[in-house]
Design a protein around this ligand. Structure first.
Ligand code: DAH
Length: 338
């Protein structure tokens, strides 16, 4: 005849095994192992047992507690697994997954990242200014005569309030000098807008990288060295560079730069790449007037500026035949640069 503790243990194990949820399990635990539980009651009863019986019953009590506790732990785990697999039962794991295709950077962004990297190595910081500009920042401050054709409504997008969409990023030269005294060494990449007839090389919105370097004793030699280094880093060491005299109202002297490289498609031709020159003293004077000081004293400071056509650089670098592809959002085009 088994001891009563053994009978209790077997009853407890049967109840635990039959418990269908956590509440039933907890009720069984309280019934047998709780403070007033029937197995726990034997701990109390031990006191009145004889010396011979105590170790026998003590052993049975320990065994009962250990095996019931273990059974409860196991049952808890079992119930949890059952619950989880019931929740997952409605999910069809044989359905094919949804593929997320990795994206890639736009070719203009890739080309810009490279350009920024090269200028950064030469100590140029990034600057920016607004796309919607005042006529003063776009023309007057840049020494552009009131009757200059670029101001024409046929060439420039004007807003009803007299502001305009900047026709070049040279506005950021002025914005930067208004804010900070010299020395200045910045590039300003961004959009520019013109009312051009749209074709393979013209778009109403295009992109430029403006550059401005103002310091003591900056010379045309610094300008040539900086742009030559940039263009050879971008297009290859064998790239040839040519400076042609030109006219811009905000620089004197002014140049246009052409490049020629066998690494490029149409490598036998000179390709126009950039406008540049030494910042005109009249620009410093306009900036000083706006600042209300003489921080850009043309007797003390000199500098160079340049404007690179960003779309044009990317078109040459990646052999892209039409500027309109940049904005067409056609995946067949964009995937080629992934
Ligand atoms: N802003 C000129 C353009 O859009 C390009 C340019 C020429 C920028 C000479 C300059 C510069 O900074 O010095 O055609």
């Amino acid at each position: 005849m088994p001891h009563e503790l053994e009978q209790l243990r077997d009853a407890a194990l049967a109840d635990v095994a039959a418990a269908g949820d956590e509440q039933a399990l907890e009720a069984a635990r309280v019934r047998y192992l709780g403070r007033a539980g029937s197995i726990s009651a034997w701990a109390e009863r031990m006191k009145s047992l004889s010396k011979e019986q105590k170790p026998v019953v003590g052993k049975l009590l320990n065994q009962a507690r250990t095996s019931v506790t273990a059974a409860i732990t196991e049952r808890v785990e079992r119930l949890r697994i059952e619950k989880e697999s019931a929740a997952l039962a409605s999910i069809d794991i044989s359905l094919p997954g949804r593929v997320t295709e990795p994206g890639s950077l736009h070719p203009l962004t890739q080309m810009l990242d490279r350009a920024i990297g090269i200028f950064r190595r030469m100590g140029f910081a990034l600057a920016e200014g607004p796309d919607v500009e005042s006529e003063w920042h776009c023309f007057d401050a840049l020494n552009t005569a009131p009757d200059h054709p670029a101001r024409n409504e046929q060439d420039t997008f004007y807003l009803p309030d007299g502001r305009l969409l900047r026709t070049h990023t040279s506005t950021v030269q002025i914005r930067t000098m208004e804010k900070s005294p010299p020395p200045i060494r910045v590039i300003a990449p961004g959009a520019a807008y013109r009312r051009d007839e749209v074709d393979a090389t013209h778009s109403a919105q295009f992109h430029q990288i403006e550059g401005l370097y103002v310091d003591k004793k900056v010379s045309v030699g610094d300008l040539k060295g900086t742009l030559e280094f940039f263009l050879q880093e971008l297009f290859g060491a064998e790239t040839q560079i040519r400076f042609r005299p030109h006219y811009f109202p905000f620089t004197e002297p002014s140049f246009e730069i052409d490049v020629k490289s066998n690494a490029l498609k149409g490598g036998e031709k000179w390709l126009e790449m950039c406008g540049c020159g030494m910042v005109h003293p009249a620009v410093y004077e306009q900036v000083n007037r706006a600042r209300g000081d003489n921080a850009y004293d043309p007797e003390k400071w000199s500098g160079f500026a340049f404007g690179l056509g960003m779309d044009r650089l990317a078109m040459i670098l990646f052999d892209i035949p039409d500027i309109r592809y940049f904005a067409a959002n056609d995946l067949r085009f964009l995937k080629q640069f992934a």
